[in-house]
Every structure is written in structure tokens, then in C-alpha cells.
Design a protein around this ligand. Structure first.
Ligand code: SF4
Ligand code: SF4
Length: 77
């Protein structure tokens, strides 16, 4: 899977201000069926590590702080 090098272009964005991964939350990482989310060692928050997504949304729905935004491509809506 390609590494997600440019976070601003990723379909899944995680608001580092809202993310509580540094307090032990790993919900989005655990529910993603593609296993593309990780803790970013630079800030201790979740981020999209691999550039792959099924737009299935459990990461956004299950996040306890609503930190996850998934940009669904127009053609899939
Ligand atoms: S589920 Fe939300 S709060 Fe928890 S690690 Fe993921 S983005 Fe952060
Ligand atoms: S939308 Fe689905 S595939 Fe994409 S990051 Fe979230 S859980 Fe993973």
C-alpha cells in the first residue's frame, strides 16, 4: 500500500486538537478494515498512514470526539 506522504491530500483527515490518542484511544485504528490508520509518532495523534480507503466510515462514526472527517469522492456519493 502506498505511504500517505502528503496529509493534506488524504481522504481521511484527523483533527489533532480533538484526537485523544495520546490518552489511549485507538478506536479508529482498530475499526478500519484496511488497517491504514496509525498513531503519528510526531504528535501522538491518529493519522492516515497509507493512501487507501474504502470510504466505509466506521473511523468517523465511532470516533468518540468526532475528530475524523472522511471526504467521500463525488462519484461514490
Ligand atoms: S477514534 Fe478519534 S480520538 Fe480515537 S484515536 Fe481515532 S481520531 Fe483519535
Ligand atoms: S473510511 Fe473505512 S477504510 Fe477509510 S480510513 Fe475509515 S475505516 Fe478505514
Amino acid at each position: 500500500m502506498p505511504i500517505a506522504n502528503n496529509p493534506s491530500e488524504m481522504p481521511v483527515k484527523i483533527d489533532a486538537e480533538k484526537c485523544i490518542a495520546d490518552k489511549g484511544c485507538t478506536v479508529c485504528i482498530d475499526v478500519c478494515p484496511l488497517d491504514v490508520l496509525r498513531i503519528n509518532p510526531a504528535n501522538g495523534k491518529a493519522h492516515m498512514r497509507y493512501d487507501e480507503c474504502w470510504y466505509c466510515l466506521p473511523c468517523a462514526i465511532d470516533c468518540p470526539t468526532k475528530a475524523v472527517t472522511v471526504a467521500i469522492p463525488y462519484l461514490l456519493r
